[in-house]
Design a protein around this ligand. Structure first.
Ligand SMILES: NC(=O)C1=CN([C@@H]2O[C@H](COP(=O)(O)OP(=O)(O)OC[C@H]3O[C@@H](n4cnc5c(N)ncnc54)[C@H](O)[C@@H]3O)[C@@H](O)[C@H]2O)[C@@H](O)CC1
Ligand SMILES: [K+]
Length: 481
């Protein structure tokens, strides 16, 4: 099952793979026509009630496949108010080809007549709230008629995010939905058909720009609403935690703090005035620090644990202890990864190993990315956490669902890029499910690296990625919806 917004992600991923939505609309329309044929023989009267969005567009396409039926095509509203280019193009095609179209300029003009079939294409996944006019009147007339009602994608009035049905929704007898079923459809007293509209499986497997649609930023949000990240790192190394923390800021977090040993805290602060550094005594993380750190960590949305910590026994013991006392989301990277297989924690972990670290954790790898994807999935299931294995094809899995990211380039084998990835993942995990955070971060950091190399060639360094992360996350690349 896919929600309406998940469907938007998949559909834009399909476009990124070269299968644009207009092609999908053609398939959807064909599927709608097929469903009409299943209900009545040629010659039957079919009234298409089309809204102004892409749901209506699907039915406008269907009309061209139903030349042997007695058609009426009603557009709810004026053609100038059609909301998408592809729907408008399909409307214009019907005009040019002299199909029997009519415009319903306001609800009082709506006359459904007495057709054998009503194709309900008023509203699909783009609905918001109860039906407004003229859809409300059209839905009431549809519900009152004796016609068989075939709804396109969802009955108009069904919210495909949560499956709730508006009180004035269309009462469908049949639904032809696209690609996958939607929330709420199984509760209806209607026959539901799922039509394959030619979305490649890769649109769900590969992380593509459609995944960036999950990122939203509330215009009314306040400092903190977009995430507070605590980076626990540093000791033997200072650059790594500074990179992760700056990357978390570039990844959209509001507040990023670094907890680091006193010995190196000033040095870490010295890299950037954007960082807030909280020192703890000594020169490396050790068990006596955990009490204070655990309390501090609880005030943050996510923890990024590992960058530059080193692998001293005392440090790893402290990492274990900290994870056992934490119940939020933690991105675990670098030396901290080695404790994960044995740790008992209520936290949701996102582990970000490269293939060497994966093997060190007890996972298996393979040169073949498909095989590796399967291995990572099993390993994530075994751990009970999300795993992002870095490589030319990054594999992200929570043990049940597995994604593959293909951005990035050989210039990114340089040190520090993993710290950047951990930081961006930590930021995104403040506002996304862990698996989405990891997938989007892998995609964006890889794309940032690609942008830097496109511009300047190889020889990139990790700090180059920082500036390139925001456009890779938020640049609006949307073509047509
Ligand atoms: N996303 C996808 O993968 C695909 C989507 N397709 C179709 O596109 C549909 C979604 O299209 P859109 O996003 O354009 O949205 P819709 O066609 O569902 O509706 C959008 C329009 O409805 C208006 N509207 C919203 N709430 C309303 C309410 N309560 N009362 C009256 N009007 C309201 C909006 O202002 C907007 O003009 C899907 O349901 C499906 O039929 C297909 O063409 C193929 C692929
Ligand atoms: K509909």
């Amino acid at each position: 099952m896919l929600t309406g917004s998940e469907m938007g992600v998949v559909d834009e991923n399909a476009a990124a793979l070269g299968v644009p939505r207009k092609q999908l609309m053609e398939s959807s329309g064909n599927a709608v026509a097929g469903a009409v044929r299943d209900l009545a023989d040629p010659g039957a009267s079919v009234t298409i009630v089309a809204g102004r969005g892409n749901n209506g567009g699907d039915a406008l396409v269907a009309a061209r496949f139903l030349d042997d039926y007695d058609l009426r095509i009603l557009l709810l509203g004026r053609p100038e108010t059609i909301t998408t280019d592809i729907s408008r193009e399909n409307w214009n095609a019907l005009q040019s080809a002299e199909y029997p179209t009519e415009q319903v300029r306001d609800a009082s003009q709506f006359d459904l007549g007495d057709p054998d079939i009503v194709v309900d294409a008023m509203l699909g996944t783009g609905i918001n709230g109860a039906l407004r006019e003229p859809e409300a009147t059209a839905a009431a007339a549809t519900n009152a008629s004796d016609a068989a009602v075939l709804s396109v994608d969802v009955p108009s009035g069904l919210d495909a995010e949560d499956g709730t049905l508006a009180e004035n929704a269309v009462e469908a007898d049949h639904v032809v939905t696209f690609h996958d079923t939607k929330p709420g459809l199984s509760d209806l007293d209607a026959g539901v058909t799922v039509a394959d509209i030619g979305i490649p499986e890769a649109a769900e497997l590969f992380v593509e720009r459609g995944d960036l649609r999950r990122l939203t930023r509330d215009p009314a949000s306040h400092k903190g609403d977009n995430g507070e990240v605590l980076v626990v790192g540093g000791g033997p190394y200072t650059g790594a935690p500074a990179l992760s923390a700056q990357a978390a800021l570039r990844g959209g977090a509001d507040l990023v703090r670094v907890a680091a040993p006193e010995l190196v805290a000033r040095e870490i602060q010295g890299y950037s005035e954007n960082l807030i550094v909280r020192p703890y005594d000594g020169e490396m993380l050790a068990p006596p620090h955990v009490d204070r750190l655990a309390a501090f960590a609880a005030d943050h949305d996510t923890l990024v644990l590992g960058p530059g910590l080193g692998d001293a026994d005392a440090t790893l013991a402290a990492v274990t202890d900290l994870l056992e006392r934490f119940d939020g989301t933690a991105v675990v990277d670098a030396d901290a990864l080695s404790v994960v297989p044995d740790v008992e924690t209520d936290a949701d972990l996102v582990c970000t190993p490269h293939q060497g670290e994966l093997v060190g954790m007890g996972g298996e790898t393979s040169d073949d990315w498909r095989e590796r994807a399967d291995l990572v999935e099993s390993f994530a299931a075994e751990l009970g956490h999300t795993v992002l294995v870095k490589g030319p094809y990054d594999v992200i899995s929570d043990g049940e669902r597995t994604r593959v990211n293909r951005t990035g380039n050989p210039g990114m084998t340089v040190g520090g890029t993993g710290d950047v990835l951990a930081g961006v993942t930590g930021a995104l995990a403040c506002v996304q499910e862990p698996r989405h955070a990891a997938a989007i971060a892998a995609h964006a950091v890889g794309a940032a690296g690609d942008a830097v190399v496109d511009e300047r060639g190889y020889g990139l360094v990790a700090t180059d990625l920082l500036d390139a992360v925001p456009p890779a996350l938020w640049a609006d690349d949307d073509d047509d919806d």
